[in-house]
Ligand binder design. Structure first.
Ligand SMILES: Cc1cc2nc3c(=O)[nH]c(=O)nc-3n(C[C@H](O)[C@H](O)[C@H](O)COP(=O)(O)OP(=O)(O)OC[C@H]3O[C@@H](n4cnc5c(N)ncnc54)[C@H](O)[C@@H]3O)c2cc1C
Ligand code: FES
Length: 255
């Protein structure tokens, strides 16, 4: 565990903040950290910047994320990790499908793919125009396509419809997806229909972060240790993928 000091805070949207800190953290795109706030909780987060300045990008959805949003420059947090497996970035032509803060888990993959000169199209869905974040950052890396639930920017409706249109124009070699599980389940279905390899980064409730407590169990896998990135074959084996997940008490909850 490293204790780091917050050096910058960026308001990305009314509900999403990027928190910057200095650290020598090294991790593969798709791996995650457990971020600890003393007296509150420890939560899994993607790293959205590495190098001289590291960052996490957090949607305020509950007790812990709200507490992270209340921190100020100079506050300290604990960072443990890296955890998990990360994405396979060895193909040459990628379609990334992001829903909501799922884009955080895909950000560094997009950067590495772009730096390696790979073909990259990025389909990003959000509720409204004002809840989209990192759009300009992604436009610098590849071809960006947007969707919103209310039609305020881009396609009016699901981002998976946009993804299917993009596949019809040109079939990618690999799909990476992260977002709400029903969205990833739809992306997985499309990938199977078109016979395209897919990797999805799953977001399940986590406690230990290293395969002991079972709270992030998905089928026969634990998301923290076997994932969070799973390929199409593994996703097809998970009877609960896209259907239900466990809440903090371990009780199954339908999506
Ligand atoms: C590998 C991984 C990487 C993640 N990366 C990011 C990230 O970069 N940015 C970000 O904002 N969020 C990310 N998340 C989700 C984030 O960890 C949860 O939103 C957070 O733990 C919620 O804590 P809370 O106490 O604020 O909310 P709670 O009060 O615990 O829950 C509020 C709501 O969020 C849901 N929730 C709780 N835990 C998770 C979870 N692990 N995944 C999805 N939904 C959850 C609950 O079902 C509930 O509906 C990631 C999750 C995983 C597993
Ligand atoms: S969080 Fe404990 S097993 Fe995954």
């Amino acid at each position: 565990m490293q204790i780091v000091e917050i050096t910058g805070i960026i308001n990305e949207t009314p509900n999403i903040k990027t928190i910057e800190f200095k650290s020598d953290l090294e991790l593969k795109p798709g791996q995650f950290v457990m971020a600890w706030l003393p007296g509150i909780d420890e939560i899994p987060l993607a790293i959205t910047k590495t190098g001289k300045v590291c960052a996490v990008t957090i949607d305020n959805v509950g007790e812990a994320t709200e507490a992270f949003h209340k921190l100020e420059i100079g506050s300290q947090i604990g960072i443990k990790g890296p955890f998990g497996n990360g994405f396979d970035l060895s193909a040459n032509d990628y379609l990334l499908i992001a829903g909501g803060t799922g884009l955080a888990a895909l950000t560094r993959a997009a950067e590495e793919l772009s730096q390696a000169g790979k073909n990259l199209r990025i389909a990003i869905g959000a509720g409204t125009a004002e809840t989209h974040f990192f759009v300009e950052r992604m436009k610098a890396l590849g071809e960006v396509h947007l969707a919103t639930d209310d039609g305020s920017v881009g396609h009016h409706g699901f981002i998976t419809i946009v993804a299917e249109d993009l596949i019809d124009i040109k079939k990618p070699e690999m799909i990476l997806a992260c977002g709400p599980e029903p969205m990833m389940s739809a992306a997985h279905f499309i990938a199977e229909q078109y016979d395209i390899p897919i990797q999805c980064s799953l977001e399940r409730y986590m406690k230990c972060g290293f395969g002991i407590c079972g709270s992030c169990q998905c089928g026969k896998y634990t998301v923290c240790k076997d994932g969070p990135v799973f390929d199409g074959k593994q996703l097809a084996e998970m009877e609960d993928f896209g259907k239900w997940k466990r809440d903090s008490s371990g009780k199954p909850v339908w999506f």
